[in-house]
Every structure is written in structure tokens, then in C-alpha cells.
Design a binder for this molecule. Structure first.
Ligand code: TYD
Length: 207
């Protein structure tokens, strides 16, 4: 019993949102019970925190504050939504989770990984995903995709920040190959979707 907890990770513009919505469509069609949520956000409180984090006018925000706000938003999401859903046997798909903090605030901003892990273990009651899909793409390739929509505060950071984040995600995947599966995101939307389903469907069907 118990639902599976599946997270999606990747750099800005990796096509993550598109892929998440395609998986949602498939789950609906196959009548697989699921709940879809996103980070930062996903609850009333977490959405408020999201607005603070992504508000471009808060130029004075220090990186530790940013990391703690992500963790606070996550704590609320896990306690209010994710844990209860999993307990009811509902599969939870989450667009970003702890790995985003480790990649962005850890590898990107240079905050200590061990400290970030401790804060996030506290925030999430040590809840780990059963499967993490990492959409990997060269940040330069995403520049075009990104420029089509309004960039948020973090998206405006320079390219080398995104390179650090990519390396960070790949390092995390190397350390946890059982949980984190790398999917090359430069392929067509359909191809990427198929690869993702091949990873997800066996675990949600084996409930
Ligand atoms: P979002 O609008 O969700 O972007 P995307 O569609 O690319 O997922 O914005 C989330 C931004 O916040 C994104 O730039 C990644 C960043 N982020 C962190 O830096 N740390 C975190 O822990 C999380 C969850 C997101």
C-alpha cells in the first residue's frame, strides 16, 4: 500500500512543466490515482512564500533566507498535502523538491550541502522521493526557450549559474543512481515523454 512519490527536476527551461503535464494526462487516461503539485508552492501558505521568494523587488534577500524559505514552503507542502496523499495510496507528482535546493542553493549559490540536507530533512520529516526524473539539457540550449516568456528573478541569473546547477544535478544523480534517473531533454517532446513513462509506469503499477 501507499502511493509513490515522484519528483521532476531540471534547469529552468528544460521542458519540465510540459513533461509534467503530459504525465498528468497519461495518469488520467490510465485512471492511475495521482496528485500533482509544485514547488515552491502547492498550498495556500506555500504559495505566499513562493511570492516572496520570486518577487524581483526583494533585491536584498540573502541566500540563507532564500534557502530557508524554500524549506519552509516545502515543510507545509509535505505536511499538509504530500504525506496524507501518499498514506491514502495516491501517487504524488511534484514539480521540483529537495534536489532543486541542493542544486540551486548548494551548487549554484555555494551554500553548504550538508547544512541544506539537514534543514531539508527537518522540513520534510525526511520524506524522500521513490523516483526522481532529472531532465538534463545544456543551459545554452534553453536560452531560446526561456526568452519566450517573462523571466523571474532566478531565471535572470547568468548562464554560468545554470551550468553550475546542471553539474550539481548530475552530481546528485551520480550519487543516487537508483533514485535519480537522467533523461536527455533535448530530444522531441514525444520521445522524452516516452522515456519518462518507461521509468514511471512500472513503479506506479507495481503498487
Ligand atoms: P518556477 O517558476 O517553478 O520555475 P520552473 O518552471 O523552471 O520550475 O520557479 C522556481 C525557481 O526557483 C526556479 O528558478 C528554480 C528555483 N528553485 C530554487 O532555487 N530552489 C528550490 O528549492 C526550488 C524548489 C526552486
Amino acid at each position: 500500500m501507499g502511493g509513490k512519490f515522484i519528483t521532476f527536476e531540471g534547469c529552468d527551461g528544460s521542458g519540465k512543466s510540459t513533461q509534467v503535464s503530459l504525465v498528468k494526462k497519461t495518469f488520467k487516461e490510465l485512471k492511475i490515482p495521482y496528485l500533482l503539485t509544485r514547488e515552491p508552492g502547492g498550498t495556500r501558505i506555500s504559495e505566499e512564500i513562493r511570492n516572496v521568494i520570486l518577487d524581483e523587488s526583494y533585491k536584498e534577500m540573502v541566500w540563507r533566507t532564500e534557502a530557508l524559505l524554500y524549506a519552509a514552503s516545502r515543510a507545509q507542502l509535505v505536511g499538509q498535502i504530500i504525506e496524507p496523499a501518499l498514506a491514502e495510496g495516491i501517487n504524488v507528482i511534484c514539480d521540483r523538491y529537495v534536489d532543486s535546493t541542493l542544486a540551486y542553493q548548494g551548487y549554484g549559490r555555494g551554500l553548504g550541502l550538508e547544512e541544506l540536507i539537514n534543514i531539508n530533512n527537518f522540513a520534510t520529516n525526511s520524506l524522500k522521493p521513490d523516483l526522481t526524473i532529472l531532465l538534463d539539457i545544456d543551459p545554452e540550449e534553453t536560452l531560446n526557450r526561456r526568452s519566450n516568456r517573462k523571466a523571474d528573478r532566478l531565471e535572470k541569473e547568468q548562464l554560468d549559474f545554470h551550468y553550475k546547477i546542471r553539474e550539481g544535478f548530475l552530481e546528485l544523480a551520480k550519487n543516487e543512481p537508483q533514485r535519480i534517473k537522467i533523461v536527455a531533454a533535448h530530444k522531441s517532446i514525444e520521445e522524452v515523454h516516452k522515456e519518462i513513462l518507461n521509468l514511471i509506469l512500472p513503479i506506479v503499477k507495481a503498487k
